[in-house]
Design a protein around this ligand. Sequence first.
Ligand code: NDP
Ligand code: GUE
Length: 290
Amino acid sequence: MTAELMIGTDLAAEMVTNAAARAAKLRESTGIQPCLATVLVGDDPASATYVRMKQNRSKKAGIGSRSVVLPASTTTDELVAELTNLSNDPEVHGILLQHPVPSHIDERAAFEAINPAKDVDGVTMHAFAAMAFGEPGFRSCTPGGIMRLLEAYDVPIRGAHAVVIGRSPILGKPAGMLLLASDATVTYTHSRTTNLPEIVRTADIVVAAVGKANFVRGDWLKPGAVVVDAGYNEGNVGDVHFEEASEVARLITPVPGGVGPMTIALLLEQTVDAAEAQSETAVHPVAGLA
Ligand SMILES: NC(=O)C1=CN([C@@H]2O[C@H](COP(=O)(O)OP(=O)(O)OC[C@H]3O[C@@H](n4cnc5c(N)ncnc54)[C@H](OP(=O)(O)O)[C@@H]3O)[C@@H](O)[C@H]2O)C=CC1
Ligand SMILES: Nc1nc(=O)c2c([nH]1)NC[C@@H]1CN(c3ccc(C(=O)N[C@@H](CCC(=O)O)C(=O)O)cc3)C=[N+]21
């Protein structure tokens, strides 16, 4: 093991503490309780675990949560109707639709039913465009968390060659856009990419977002590369073969304890951001009487 670890746990805890303090302040000054609604379609046990994890962490930070669980047979129209209701509900400040949804559902249509002001998971086209143009706005939580981690470890991004493996709407694609907005030279790779190991070997920064345990091998890496393992597979195993990679890389995220906690921390931070912004536009219950 020669690589230094990029640990997310402590940084994430700090972010959650700050978010909790801001949530408490908002409650005291306005009576508004930040609330995150999670929507889960189907009964995939792993997805149910993530949703539970997000709710537990929210509770600890003084953020309320609302849980909507829909059957796997839910139609696109039904899901859109549910997300529209939550978008119009003044007591809900943030909405997270767990990806992936069952394949018969039009996931893009569902994401677009989320009011951009409540898109604390950064999945709408509005959020994506802000990431692509380098404008402020809600970040996709995992990519945004990755950028915070790279910043905390002073990883040079400008001019670096970043290779992103995976192009999902919640992870690979926005991760590449945030890196591009920070002046990296970005290469996207995916299941149709040929010669993946050769491309990865040219990377200064590798972001693995594939969903296949131990997929990226040590001999795919340029010595001294920075390796971000966003994978979270069965048995808490990442997408990077950690033992091999940590002999070659300069910096590497562990799984668990790397990207995962940063994702949830950013989700909570953005939920408080959303609640604060909505409190400014809502009719204040007390001020409304005056
Ligand atoms: N730590 C965290 O906070 C989070 C972790 N995750 C984890 O990250 C991983 C990826 O998640 P997610 O993006 O949602 O997954 P998806 O299944 O939505 O996307 C996987 C991506 O990997 C690509 N891919 C699949 N096989 C290969 C291959 N052989 N070579 C190159 N690319 C390939 C796919 O390509 P194509 O587009 O061509 O099909 C696709 O773009 C999972 O392990 C997930 O659990 C996800 C979200 C948050
Ligand atoms: N719309 C959407 N947004 C997501 O952000 C999203 C999603 N869909 N679908 C599923 C994936 C998965 N995901 C994880 C979040 C945190 C950890 C995490 O905190 N992991 C801890 C371990 C926690 C434990 O196992 O106790 C760690 O890596 O240290 C893992 C996985 C978010 N996802």
